[in-house]
Every structure is written in C-alpha cells, then in structure tokens.
Write a protein that binds this ligand. Structure first.
Ligand code: SME
Length: 162
C-alpha cells in the first residue's frame, strides 16, 4: 500500500469479497472484524478503518484496523456522532474544518463515515474510514462504501447484545 495512492477501488469486487467472507457465518462480530481487515487491505491511503456500534445514544468502538481509538462517542459529537445522529453519510474532505472533529490520530486529514442501518430503519452503528490525504474520498467511494454498508447491515446482528 502506498499512502499517496488514490487509485480507484473496484467496489463490486469488494462487495463480492465481503459476501464470500460471510458464507458460513453471518454473525455481525466476525463479519465486521473481517470487513475492517478487507477495507484496510483493499483501500489505498487509509490510516484507520473500522466500526463504532450503537448502544442507546452512544457509539462504542468495534472491530478496526489502525491505531487505538476513542472508545465511546456520543450521538452528535464529531464526524461519527454526526453521521449517527443524522443517519446520513458524512464525507469530510478536511477534518480540521469540521466543527467538533475528534482527532484520534493526528495523521488524519480526511474522513468518511457511513451509517449502518437495518432493514427496519434503526441504526446499528457506523463505518469510519480515515486518511492522511486531504479529500481522499470521492463520490464514487461514497456510493461504493454505502453499498458495502448495506451488505454489512444484512449480517446477523441479533447476537450482538451491547
Ligand atoms: N474522527 C472521528 C473519531 C473516530 S476516529 O477517527 C477513529 C470523529 O470525529 O468522529
């Protein structure tokens, strides 16, 4: 992986890789752990990739790759908490210009946070990708990651009692 690499990602392939990792076991915990590893392996220019899981009106740190990160984020705080509160993807080209951004790793310059939403509309958690590159995430990345998030939401979350 090259930190300056912005080459496009084949999100159809990434989705198929995720679905094949889900064959045999769809429990959300191993699925999210493998998804974090897959994102880390396949997306260039990241310094953090992982998940926060919803507990009431907070987000708890879930499976991830990268440096240790903050463990609890309240709804409405930072990029993750904003995505959770609005149930809406936050694509942030420059995190330093985002009011209330939580700097877990000072190397981060851009970020995308995609909500994971169950079929009935309730929020399961968020997927958070950080990059040391400014404006790392394009509209194509957003669409690809939102489709990846829909596959994750189809996992079996019933055994994940938080
Ligand atoms: N930057 C995030 C916090 C999580 S870490 O980046 C892993 C935010 O502002 O929500």
């Amino acid at each position: 992986m090259n930190d300056n690499d912005r080459s496009p990602v084949d999100y159809d392939l990434l989705g198929r890789q995720l679905e094949s990792l889900m064959e045999g076991c769809t429990h959300a915990l191993p699925v999210l752990a493998n998804a974090a590893a897959l994102l880390w392996q396949e997306l260039p220019g990241l310094n953090w990739a992982g998940f926060y899981l919803r507990k009431d009106r907070c987000l708890l740190l879930g499976p991830f790759q990268g440096k240790p990160a903050c463990t609890v984020i309240a709804f409405g705080r930072g990029v993750c908490g904003t995505a959770a509160a609005r149930t809406e993807t936050q694509r942030v080209p420059d995190v330093h210009a985002f009011p209330g951004h939580i700097a877990c790793d000072s190397a981060s310059n851009s970020e995308i946070v995609v909500p994971l939403v169950a079929e009935d509309g309730h929020l399961l958690g968020v997927m958070d990708l950080d990059s040391p590159l400014t404006d790392r995430f394009s509209g194509d990345d957003q669409r690809g990651l939102e489709s990846f998030a829909r596959i994750l939401a189809s996992a079996d979350w019933s055994g994940l009692a938080l």
